[in-house]
Design a protein around this ligand. Structure first.
Ligand code: ATP
Ligand code: MG
Length: 459
């Protein structure tokens, strides 16, 4: 297993160690909710409340300064510090530079120095495969999602599905790609049609950001199998899940009316209040179901079996809320349930949780920024409320600016009461939405059913 250990080698916490074996984010500072909390005393007065962020994906990790007052130093070099005098254009260029940390690197905040130790697991299967490929085809290596076109991959697999009568590809046998529905950070989604009965499906192709090994692939498939239990009108139905070489694929319902984010854009940036409410109630129905669905068997990485209740999405946002039309009415279908978590747990996401390429935490509560692994149902409920906020105001609940790191903004900035942007929202309703967006010290609503019930009382 890949491991990262941080050891404090100078300062009052000297000797303390922090271990990471899984994907994590880690905020270091003096604010009480930091994962690595430095004492709020005179000796640490040069450390900011939220000083810097570590983005950890063993064996890789990177650090970025949060624009702290006194800066963060890596191996003696300053990597970031707030510059009050710096002009706006310069500040824009300076936004969130990240620094990769290597084994034995040291970073310093105030008087505290942390030393990094990285233990890297050798993956013989991949090395062997690379050697074979190198021998056969010169310098070719196992490729990752950055360098491969998902369409080439899926066409290759569709060809193989026909040729080989391959059991692993039976789910996509007989399908042809009709068009590309869209691309995301991990791959792409295609409309596919079955030759014999014209059945239409969405075929989602995910390519890992990092070299995958059989263990990671197994873990991902195990994690995602549970998504097949999500048989609910407001959740995209997953039919089959497969993996071939380093390509993961899913066959799901095709949602012909597109995403909620496109609908908002097409409607000029906002939706009428009543329409937004109807969509929110459907999102909450989907969440209520997923969060309480009994999961009969979970096979753990060590082979042991257990059971559990509920799946959490962890990446709910207008772009992951698909729509269909039923009798002229829009019907919500939540897509990608559990995928974000499964990819992370299996170590396939690469280091993208907070990176510049990771998108933005607009729909994430503070808890998810502080600790990326925080995956309780309430993060989805907060995200549903943030999605409603976007639908009716055209804005995000927190005010993000180009000059400030969005991850830091999520930690430091308050949620703006919804009526400040949209005074036409009835007060009783606004109160519930503002309540649903409380995330300090904890997220207010713990159950989608309760949020829905409160909404139904006032509309
Ligand atoms: N079931 C579906 N039916 C129709 N279109 C879909 C379906 N699933 C996804 N799409 C389209 O494909 C696009 C890409 O989806 P994908 O899940 O790969 O990325 P994303 O959700 O936009 O971004 P991210 O990588 O951050 O999750 C979506 O934005 C949507 O337009
Ligand atoms: Mg998606």
């Amino acid at each position: 297993m890949n491991k990262i250990t941080l050891k404090v080698i100078q300062g009052s916490l000297t000797g303390k160690t922090y271990h990471f074996e899984e994907r994590a984010t880690c905020v270091i500072g003096r604010a009480l909710d930091c994962n690595i909390l430095l004492p709020d005393d005179q000796a640490h007065s040069t450390i900011s409340r939220y000083h810097c962020l570590l983005d950890i994906s063993p064996p890789e990790l990177c650090i970025r300064d949060f624009g702290s007052l006194n800066g963060t130093y890596v191996n003696g070099e300053k990597i970031g510090q707030r510059d009050i005098a710096c002009d706006l254009n310069k500040a824009k260029q300076m936004i969130y530079p990240e620094y990769d940390l290597q084994h034995n690197d040291c970073f310093k905040l105030g008087e505290s120095i942390f030393q990094v130790a990285i233990e890297k697991e050798e993956t013989p299967e991949i090395n062997q495969l690379n050697n074979n490929l190198n021998n056969e085809q010169g310098t070719q290596k196992i490729t990752t999602s950055q360098s491969v076109d998902p369409l080439d991959k899926i066409n290759l697999l569709l060809g193989k599905a026909d040729d080989d009568n391959n059991d692993e590809l039976i789910a996509i046998k007989g399908y042809n790609i009709v068009s590309e529905l869209g691309k995301g950070s991990m791959g792409a989604v295609y409309l596919a049609k079955k030759e014999d009965d014209d059945k239409q499906i969405a075929l989602k192709v995910m390519l890992p950001k990092v070299e995958s090994d059989p263990k990671a692939r197994g873990q991902f498939i195990r994690e995602t199998k549970n998504t097949k239990l999500l048989d609910h009108n407001n959740i995209v139905r997953v039919y089959d899940i497969g993996c071939y070489d380093d390509t993961f694929f899913f066959t799901t319902d095709y949602c012909e009316a597109g995403t909620l984010s496109s609908l908002i854009k097409q409607s000029g940036g906002k939706l009428p209040l009543f329409e937004a409410l109807k969509l929110l109630l459907q999102i909450l129905s989907g969440l209520e179901f997923a969060h309480t669905v009994p999961i009969p068997v979970i096979v753990l990485a060590n082979g042991k079996k257990t059971s559990a209740t509920g799946l959490v999405h962890r990446d709910l946002k207008p772009g992951n809320i698909m729509l269909t039309k039923v009798n002229g009415e829009l019907c919500v279908k939540i897509a990608d349930f559990g995928l974000a978590k499964a990819f992370d747990v299996a170590g396939l996401s690469g280091r993208t949780a907070t990176g510049v390429s990771a998108g933005t935490p607009f729909y994430m509560p503070r808890q998810q920024v502080i600790n990326f692994k925080f995956a309780k149902p309430e993060v989805d409920i907060w995200a549903a409320a943030a999605t409603f906020y976007k639908m009716v105001t055209g804005k995000h609940p927190r005010k993000y600016t180009k000059e400030s790191d969005p991850w830091l903004t999520t930690l430091k900035s308050p949620v703006i009461p919804i009526r400040s942007y949209e005074p036409s929202i009835p007060e009783v309703l606004a109160e519930i939405i503002d309540q649903a967006l409380v995330d300090q010290p904890e997220i207010y609503y713990k159950s989608a059913a309760q949020f829905k019930e409160d909404l139904l009382k006032v509309i």
